[in-house]
Design a protein around this ligand. Structure first.
Ligand code: HEC
Length: 486
């Protein structure tokens, strides 16, 4: 049935209601047929509701998706009408971590609802509570196909995990962080221009980060892979090889992220004219975070990249890291051998080797704090002056499981202050990188600041003094900026 038929019937119904209420003037308006019926009648499912749901909900609420139930038909939504009203009015769905104060990001429209869209969905859901419409209960909702966009001159390259991997949490944990070494088979220097991540067992995959691995570090990755039983290796906070987020020369200035992905996101295309440099022979480390609360199926995730040859002279995108030291003490009243900072440092050395002892004090020094007398705090922050003129293209924040909030800003407390990203309610499960709709120019006259708040009450297991580190029980406070030189 064409939607026009329904809407005129709705109009007649609405007009009847108005007559009954004795509002003839309004009746004249609505019976003209061109008046906005939506103000009086419930939105029409096929015409008003389905397009919004297809665009903003089905990325996760689909068969095999990460959400606990799929919206296959109108009936699926109608039967959850009260949950939908609650989730939308409380702003829980669709999940969009940045605060309203944060700047606009590319792709935001497809991942969030504007006021009108939210109202339309809520009014429709409310109407289903009062009087479920008998019509079209089976209207199927097909997910939007993800566009496969390779532009002229681009080569499409698919990289996939070598074989299916069955995720497993260590020591009863319900999270598994696994890294896989992938070969994009680059025989010549080139640039990555886009990355689309296709999770295998979509319900389990909570985030994926692709890191560039220089040819020189491939041997190290192979050895780590070989030492670890099963495919890939365990890697909590970063790739665990080639410098990563816990050390290595120059890692603060170019950490080599290619793309970060979270459920609900389609393809990730770098801004036109920019690309990630991929020298011949470089590999990709794909870090996959599995959430085992959603099952333990084998997964074989893959990514589709587009690349162009180096002679296209794109502006290279670099990943600038802005870490802050984490010095989270045990709470008042808690005690245990690891509540002592020195003991916590040695515990890290046991787990990750001698270098990890240098990271905690190195971060204090980097951020101009007293490394001899670290002051514990639930708030971590670090300021760093840029050393070169750059254009800030994209921003991400990263913490582990004890994070509460994170903010990345430029020149805070000055007239030139700019908020780049603010996540007021941190969830480890919803990590992604946000590309600024309007890139921000900055340079040596500008100061970047990252601020994190951690909460020791979120800690499970043995009380401990928590420091920066790669492990599940360690923390991070990290701003990640993708920049291009100017
Ligand atoms: C990025 C993935 C994602 C998107 C997009 C998304 N959801 Fe969800 N949804 C989830 C997950 C995961 C849950 C389970 C609860 C949780 O983890 O927060 C959920 C739970 C829900 C619930 C159960 C109640 C609740 O709040 O937990 C409702 C209702 C819901 N979603 C409606 C929607 C609607 C309507 C849309 C689109 C406007 C939408 N969701 C978009 C992932 C998503």
């Amino acid at each position: 049935m064409p939607s026009g038929v329904v809407s005129s019937r709705v109009l007649v119904l609405a007009a009847g209601a108005l007559v009954a209420l004795g509002v003839p003037a309004l009746l004249a308006l609505s019976s003209s047929g061109s008046a906005p019926a939506a103000t009086a009648a419930a939105p029409d499912f096929a015409r008003d509701v389905a397009p919004i749901v297809r665009e903003t909900c089905l990325g996760c609420h689909r068969d095999g998706g990460i959400a606990p139930f799929a919206f296959r038909t109108e009936r699926d939504l109608a039967s959850r009408a009260s949950l939908i009203v609650a989730a939308l009015t409380e702003g829980r769905m669709p999940p969009w971590p940045p605060s309203a104060r944060s700047p606009a990001y590319l792709g935001q429209a497809a991942r969030t609802l504007d006021r009108r869209e939210r109202e339309t969905l809520v009014r429709w859901a409310r109407s289903q509570l009062v009087r479920p419409g008998p019509a079209r209960r089976g209207t199927p909702l097909a997910p939007k196909p993800t566009p496969e966009r390779a532009f002229p001159g681009e080569t499409r390259r698919e990289v996939a995990m070598p074989a299916a991997y069955r995720p497993a949490g260590a020591n009863g944990s319900t999270d598994d962080y696994r890294c896989f070494l992938l070969d994009p088979k680059l025989t010549n220097d080139g640039f990555v221009t886009s990355a689309r991540i296709v999770p295998g067992a979509a319900a389990l995959v909570h985030h994926v980060i692709l890191y560039r691995l220089p040819a020189a570090a491939v041997g190290e990755a192979r050895r780590l892979d070989g030492r670890t039983p099963g495919h890939g290796w365990t890697c909590f906070g970063g790739p665990g090889v080639g410098g990563g987020t816990s050390g290595g020369r120059g890692f603060l200035d170019d950490a080599g992220w290619i793309a970060a992905w979270a459920p609900g996101w389609g393809s990730d295309r770098l801004r036109t004219g920019t690309g990630i440099e991929m020298p011949a022979g470089s590999r990709i480390v794909m870090q996959v975070h599995y959430n085992l609360l959603n099952g333990r199926r084998p997964d074989r995730s893959r990514a589709v990249l587009t690349t162009v040859p180096a002679d296209r002279r794109l502006t290279p995108v670099q990943t600038l890291l802005l870490p802050a030291p984490v010095e989270l003490a045990c709470r008042r009243g808690e005690s245990g051998p690891l509540c002592e900072r020195t003991a916590a440092v040695f515990d890290q050395v046991d787990r990750f080797g001698a270098d990890s002892a240098l990271v905690a004090s190195g971060l204090l020094l980097l951020c101009g704090k007293d490394a001899a007398r670290p002051v514990p705090s639930v708030v971590s922050s670090c300021e760093r002056r840029l050393d070169r003129p750059v254009t800030i293209q994209a921003v991400a924040g990263h913490m582990h499981l004890l994070g509460r909030s994170i903010r990345v800003e430029l020149n805070p407390g000055t007239p030139r202050a700019r908020l780049l990203l603010e996540i007021p309610r941190w969830s480890f499960h919803w990590q992604a990188s946000y590309t600024l709709r309007r890139p921000v120019e900055a340079g040596p006259e500008d100061v970047l600041r990252v601020t994190c708040r951690h909460d020791a009450r979120l800690r499970r297991g043995e009380p401990r003094y928590v420091l920066w580190g790669e492990g599940t029980t360690d923390e991070m406070c990290l701003g990640v900026l993708q920049v291009t030189p100017r």
